[in-house]
Write a protein that binds this ligand. Structure first.
Ligand code: ADP
Ligand code: MG
Length: 309
């Protein structure tokens, strides 16, 4: 089966898609944005051995490669619309591609986005790049730069689960719930949209809360004080690690794809089923001060960096 048969069998979906004039099959996709909306473009690459283990289930990989991009759209308050996929693989194993496509389309269907093009190539390692275009009302995108002194700092969901899940499975003690948080993160797309006009700044937590909150604070030119006792920790993480390790995972474990945002304390919208926790305040400083009880706890972490060697 050649490249073109693979594409039409596994990646083309039939049916009309809103705002898609020409999808897969031509030299480029032709898209129709809605009037008065601005476009948001995000892209993320997942490399075998760097972002996912070689033995990952292809369906999980497909799901995750979409979810990490949806999370960036969510952090801007956007609505995801169209997606492209660049897929590099050492061999065209149809069963693998079928599973991959299943996970990819499952994540896309949850948010009603259309795969409108891509590129398929042979290479030594599996590399997946997904690009998503979203939209948002003009001038309403939530930026990292809007945090104000006195705002409350919130996070969605629970923190540290994905990193803990990976660590446990590397020790041969896989916890299904925690590993599931790594394999199939729930991008907070609807919640992100409900924060438009409410949150002063937002970022998604991909490198760990401490590192990502630092990026938001730097962009906003402010500091923060956070209360470590208030960090939202799942029951699964609590039952697998002691309090210190829980805090370490929550502060520096990456891959959670939760949102961290700042807003005036009384401005929180209805967040539906999604847990939202206040963890601290924006201050006039330029660092993150961590408190536990009355004490200040030293913590430093700049998150994962490629080429940092
Ligand atoms: P070109 O050579 O003009 O770049 P290709 O022959 O590479 O086009 O691709 C043919 C069509 O299939 C294009 O519309 C392209 O966007 C689409 N396509 C290729 N690979 C994928 C993929 N993995 N997923 C979705 N669409 C793809
Ligand atoms: Mg062409």
């Amino acid at each position: 089966m050649d490249e073109f048969e693979l594409i039409s069998r596994y990646f083309v979906r039939s049916g009309e898609a809103r705002g898609t004039i020409i999808g897969i099959g031509d030299d480029g996709a032709v898209l129709q944005p809605d009037g008065g909306r601005e476009l948001i473009v995000v892209i993320d690459t997942l490399v075998e051995g760097v972002h996912f283990p070689q033995d990952i289930d292809a369906a999980d990989l497909g799901y995750r490669s979409v979810a990490v991009n949806l999370s960036d759209i969510a952090a801007m308050g956007g609505c995801p619309r169209w997606m492209t996929l660049a897929l590099t693989m050492p061999v065209a194993n149809e069963q693998w591609i079928g599973r991959f496509a299943e996970g990819l389309h499952a994540a896309a269907a949850e948010h009603d986005i259309t795969l409108v093009g891509g590129d398929t190539t042979r290479g030594e390692n599996t590399v997946v790049t997904v690009q998503i275009t979203g939209d948002v009302a003009a001038d309403k995108a939530i930026l990292r730069a809007g945090g104000k002194i006195g705002d409350t700092i919130f996070v969605t969901g629970t923190l540290g689960d994905a990193a803990a899940g990976l660590e446990l499975s590397s020790l041969g003690q896989a916890d299904e719930y925690l590993l599931g948080r790594f394999l199939r993160p729930s991008a907070r797309v609807r919640l992100g949209q409900s924060l438009v006009g409410v949150a002063s700044a937002a970022i998604d937590v991909s490198d760990g809360l401490f590192a990502d909150l630092n990026k938001l604070l730097a962009a906003s030119g402010v500091g923060a004080e956070i209360d470590l006792a208030s960090l939202p920790i799942s029951a699964a993480l609590q039952s697998s690690f002691d309090a210190n390790a829980q805090r370490r995972f929550a502060l520096s474990g990456g891959d959670d794809y939760e949102l961290c945002f700042t807003a005036p304390a009384n401005a929180l919208p209805d967040t539906g089923d999604t847990r939202v926790t206040a963890i601290g305040k924006v201050t006039a400083g330029n660092t993150i001060v961590c408190r536990l009880g009355g004490d200040i706890v030293e913590f430093a972490d700049s998150g994962y960096r490629h080429f940092n060697d």
